[in-house]
Design a protein around this ligand. Structure first.
Ligand SMILES: *Cc1c(COP(=O)(O)O)cnc(C)c1O
Length: 404
């Protein structure tokens, strides 16, 4: 069907603008499960663009659990959580998450996005100042936009500036929100120092562990657990290392009660299917077991190899981790280098504004425990030639040099 001509052309105007700025996006179609390799728009490539850090997204135990729970409870939950959609499967998963995280309670949302929006917007009524790191994820930003509280954004990881903002009096309750491992930088928030600052200035700490849960800490509990920090609000997703779908918040029983009463992204949406709950539960059982430790140690070793290879082939230093940004700067060039990598069998998606600040477009390599050492060699060598083909002189902006 073709739309009415005048409607179509009014969208074209906006689309043209995106094209001109090299910010036009499309959704590539992938085939098959997201594993070590992936077929993107019909081209098979090594997959460095997934958040499937432990390779669990197509694990047979998760598939079996999803089928078993679906057989038992049906496909759709048929109602919202507060009406009649909150089943035994939801409770079982929430109890497991709370035990795993070492908190009194946990609450599952339809996605990590919904969890952040729900939590921050509802707390916005109970707190009057929200302090948010400038590189926080869009779901945190949107939660802040919906919150009826004052929001202050502090420069990335800038504790001095944050303390200045905390010091300002006249606010009854303050909350500091940060990611633990930043999704597009791969760097870590200094949670111990942040926790100490919050205690000193009477603020609540909320940590988004989307990219750390499953990957870091004892039993994969996240960066806070690794550093033995206990933020009042811990948020995470079931869609990244966990390999399924959904988001959660772990904290005190009263926090969960407040969210059940206030979080509109929980209340006004249909409950998640039980099959998802079953698969997430099976995944968390693996994550918190010795098998999880084994997968995490492979992932850690892959991160170290990748760092060494980047230094060897490209001559710059980066940190060892499962998220490695290669900053190029210019949007068009980033997408060209990404395309060239794909043509040579390596899928690493270009990341542009507004996902990252303007002028900092990059390739984002996500490593997983299913990548082999040869895959990592291949990736860095393909990246090197893709960057060089691009005219090295023009590529001086490749500046992801971090001395740590
Ligand atoms: C992906 C992500 C989310 C959202 O999680 P989904 O389950 O994908 O909706 C929230 N916070 C951060 C930091 C993320 O990277």
């Amino acid at each position: 069907m073709v739309g009415h001509p005048s409607t179509t052309s009014s969208w074209n105007f906006e689309l043209e603008r995106l094209h001109k700025k090299d910010l036009f996006r499309h959704m590539p179609t992938v085939s098959g499960p997201a594993g070590r390799t992936i077929i993107v728009d019909g081209v098979e490539a090594l997959n460095f663009s997934s958040n499937n850090y432990l390779g669990l997204a197509s694990h047979p135990a998760l598939e079996e659990a999803m089928i078993a729970y679906t057989r038992r409870f049906g496909v759709g939950a048929a109602a919202s959580r507060l009406i009649a959609g909150s089943g035994e499967a939801h409770r079982e998963l929430e109890e497991f998450i709370a035990r795993w995280k070492g908190t009194e309670a946990a609450l599952v949302f339809g996605s990590g996005y919904q969890a952040n929006v729900g939590v921050i917007s509802s707390l916005g009524e109970a707190v009057d100042l929200i302090l948010s790191d400038e590189l926080n994820h869009a779901s945190i930003i949107d939660g802040c936009r919906l919150a009826r509280a004052q929001v202050q954004v502090y420069p990335h990881l800038d504790l001095e500036r944050l303390e200045d903002l905390l010091r300002v009096s006249g606010y009854r309750r303050k909350i500091v929100v940060t990611e633990s491992v930043f999704s597009m930088e791969g760097d870590q928030a200094p949670l111990r120092e942040l926790d100490a600052l919050c205690k000193r200035w009477g603020a609540i700490l909320m940590v988004d562990e989307a990219h750390a849960a499953g990957v870091l800490g004892p039993q994969g509990r996240g960066l806070a657990a690794e550093l033995d920090v206990w933020p009042e609000i811990q948020m995470g997703t079931l869609s990244k290392a966990v390999g399924v779908s959904g988001g959660y918040v772990a904290g005190s029983r009263s926090l969960v009660q407040l969210l059940v009463n206030k979080a509109r992204s929980l209340i006004y949406t249909t409950a998640m299917p039980a099959g998802i709950m079953g698969a997430a539960l099976a995944s968390l059982k693996i994550i918190s077991s010795e098998e999880g430790d084994r997968l995490r140690s492979i992932l850690r070793a892959n991160g170290e190899t990748f760092r060494d290879l980047i230094r060897e082939y490209l001559g710059y230093r980066t940190r060892a981790g499962h998220i490695v940004p290669v900053r190029i700067g210019d949007s068009r060039r980033t997408m060209e280098v990404s395309r060239r990598c794909l043509d040579n069998g390596v899928f690493t998606h270009g990341i542009r504004y507004p996902t990252v600040p303007e002028g900092t477009a990059r390739l984002r390599f996500s490593l997983t425990s299913v990548h082999t050492q040869e895959d990592l060699h291949r990736a860095v060598s393909v990246l090197q030639s893709a960057l060089h083909t691009d005219n090295w002189a023009a590529c001086r902006e490749v500046s992801h040099v971090r001395l740590d």
